[in-house]
Ligand binder design. Structure first.
Ligand SMILES: C[S@@+](CC[C@H](N)C(=O)[O-])C[C@H]1O[C@@H](n2cnc3c(N)ncnc32)[C@H](O)[C@@H]1O
Length: 153
């Protein structure tokens, strides 16, 4: 069953796209989700308020894309800085924003997705390009960079 997101700023990750990432990272935690769209067994919901928690392990983050996106990207950056978390972020590729320049430019890896994602619950492809930004350590770095992994056409 397709679940339509309650807010326009919530774009649920396409399951096949998440599965590919999960094959590599084997995520411990989906840091922002609800019971209908959680990508991992362990997740934080709006009731938990993920921004007030400590994030640990391999974390997946596809946050709400409204104005609050800055708080999420900042939290991802600082969670990795402690060495306790690697945060893999699926974000709109908004290269002109303050949050991009302040945080994404300091990410350990940035992959630009070729093609437009078809987010779960949406009939058409997204009207914006996407990016996967990784804050923190992970293995197989070179293989990933060279593998053309993020083609989505
Ligand atoms: C873009 S959706 C992503 C859902 C899912 N993780 C995925 O990738 O398909 C963002 C989710 O963040 C949740 N959310 C919003 N504020 C939150 C908060 N403070 N703490 C945890 N989750 C929150 C929303 O309810 C929504 O389900």
């Amino acid at each position: 069953m397709v679940h339509f997101m309650s807010k326009r700023s919530d774009w649920a990750t396409p399951q096949d796209f998440f599965d590919k990432l999960n094959e590599k990272f084997n995520f411990d935690l989906d840091v922002c989700a609800d019971a209908t769209n959680a990508k991992c067994k362990r997740y934080y919901s709006i009731e938990d308020d993920a921004l007030s928690k400590t994030w640990k392990g391999y974390c997946f983050m596809n946050p709400p894309y409204g104005r609050e996106i800055t708080k999420w990207v900042k939290k991802a950056y600082h969670s990795a800085e402690t060495g306790e978390a690697t945060v893999v972020c699926l974000l709109p590729s908004r290269t002109d924003t303050k949050w991009w320049h302040e945080y994404i430019m300091r990410a350990d890896t940035v992959w630009f997705v070729k093609g437009r994602l078809k987010f779960d619950g949406h009939k058409n492809s997204a009207p914006f390009p996407s990016v996967v930004a990784v804050f923190g350590d992970y293995s197989d770095y070179k293989e990933w960079r060279l593998g053309g992994f993020f083609t989505y056409t």
